[in-house]
Design a protein. Structure first.
Length: 318
């Protein structure tokens, strides 16, 4: 391509001299993105603000590079719904709806809709919470943000709009985030002095994080207690007495701690039962972070086929 190449001059100035207004005219108004009404920032005040934000952004990037995950919240776009809630969701205090999300002190009522892989909760009563386990807390100044009209808070502090709620956290204790009435999506808790863009992660990564707290043998879209053979565990009895039927329940991932395991009959959906020609009573034993054992606790048929489903619950609410 013919033509002359013009070399642009390299700026010799570093940071603009805001104090002398060489680079900002008196008529210019530069607003800080602070999530609330504030006076315009000009001159040296703007430079200080931009310096602080540059430092905070660098700190946030270091956290992301080190851990691979800037957002401390799990299931932050509400894509995982292992409880298979639908319609108008009514939660008592401490009851879970979408994974990791549970009713506040007065419970929570919400509906939800999903567009382009992002779910929006519309909270009409109460509040909804998520606990960040102490081992996942990013020590230092953290900021809570989201998309929507709901207001959030950290550890029972004051409610505020997205990006205005901050707290200095330590890694020694769990952190409770809570949101009130309004619309809510794309929640984020990050080590920073101000909110950055929402950090997307892959669905399977989010699912694995959720399964540290709740795992099940059913398909994701199948609620516990559903009558189905899909995903069930099967075993053949080795006798007709107690303990002659053995199931090994291996969890999807290593769980945060030894969970509470509930079994269900695939043929009736009844809890604390395994299914066969007829349901039988069975109990859970030797529960660890990776698996549990289920044994029959009554008379059974020798050399017969039995099966079960399970849920493993290590969820936390405080």
């Amino acid at each position: 391509m013919a033509g002359n190449i013009t070399t642009l001059p390299v700026p010799t100035k570093g940071w603009p001299d805001f104090t002398t207004h060489d680079d900002i005219q008196d008529s210019d108004l530069i607003m800080a993105r602070q999530g609330s009404t504030t006076s315009p920032l000009t001159g040296s005040g703007l430079k200080a603000e931009m310096d602080a934000r540059a430092t905070s952004a660098l700190d946030a990037s270091k956290v992301e590079l080190k851990s691979g995950r800037r957002n401390s919240l799990i299931n932050a776009r509400f894509a995982i719904n292992q409880n298979v809630v639908s319609g108008t969701v009514v939660l008592a205090a401490g009851d879970f709806g979408h994974d990791m999300m549970f009713g506040g002190a007065s419970g929570c009522t919400y509906t939800f809709s999903t567009t382009n892989n992002t779910t929006v909760l519309t909270i009409s009563a109460g509040s909804i919470k998520q606990v960040v386990a102490s081992e996942d807390v990013q020590q230092g100044l953290n900021v809570l943000s989201h998309v929507g009209t709901s207001q959030g808070r950290i550890n029972g502090g004051s409610y505020g709009a997205s990006g205005t709620v901050t707290a200095t956290l330590t890694g020694a204790t769990n952190v409770v985030c809570e949101w009130g009435i309004g619309t809510l999506s794309l929640i984020q808790l990050e080590k920073s002095s101000y909110a950055t863009d929402f950090k997307y992660i892959k669905f399977n990564e989010d699912l694995s994080e959720c399964q540290k707290y709740f795992s099940k043998s059913y398909d994701l879209a199948t609620a516990a207690g559903t009558i189905t053979s899909v995903g069930r565990l099967a075993s053949i009895s080795s006798g007709a007495s107690s303990g002659d039927l053995n199931f090994n329940c291996t969890f999807s991932v290593r769980m945060r701690g030894a969970p509470a395991v509930t079994i269900y009959s695939p043929t009736s959906g009844t809890a604390s039962r395994a299914g066969g020609t007829a349901d039988i009573v069975a109990g859970v034993t030797s529960v660890g972070e990776t698996n549990a054992t289920v044994l029959n606790s009554g008379a059974i048929i020798d050399s017969a086929f039995y099966s079960l489903h399970y849920t493993a619950n290590a969820r936390i609410t405080s």
